[in-house]
Design a protein around this ligand. Sequence first.
Ligand SMILES: [Zn+2]
Length: 213
Amino acid sequence: MVGWLLALVAVLTSSVHQVDATAHSTTDPASVWVVVNKTHPLPAGFRPELAIVRGYQVARPAARPLERLLGAGARFGFKIASAYRSYAYQEHVHAATVAARGQQAADRLSARPGHSEHQTGLAVDLVTPGDPGCDFDPCFARTPAGRWLATHAAAYGFVVRYQPGTTAITGYRPEPWHLRYVGRALALELRRTGVRTLEEFFDVPGGDYPTPR
Ligand SMILES: [Zn+2]
């Protein structure tokens, strides 16, 4: 009897924690689950509803959760280095990088316009000015701040979007400083299931740009 009850409880709890993968759109640019990658660009004209967090523009749904995350990690002294970036701004950055370094290097260093998650306003890059040695470097993952984010960001609805070993899937190299807001339910579900990318969870293609310029 006890065994049967435990089994029933296990089934009920697992179904309670399951996330309905169709609850939000993955193609609507304003959806918190939108998948943006090198094969799924955003429209040039898309601009999210914005709010201000510590002087930076972020999409409205991500603003309060970001404030809570930054508050909870206050001892690391996180600073936002980049949040919402407009299509025009990304176009400018990418064109300048192409001019300076060539197309191939530019594609490694910055997203083409429309292909950056930052245009959704749901992505932020965090740095730690008090301990800046690993800012924007893969070694950020091994710092106390980077480890804390990897463990605790999900509780605030954020995921580390570009993790080691997922470049072929996401199209981007590991960026342990780049957080993407997806909401707490999905962030915790990804952690529970061990699925590391939105592409795999939603079965959406990713990878590199389909055609070189
Ligand atoms: Zn970023």
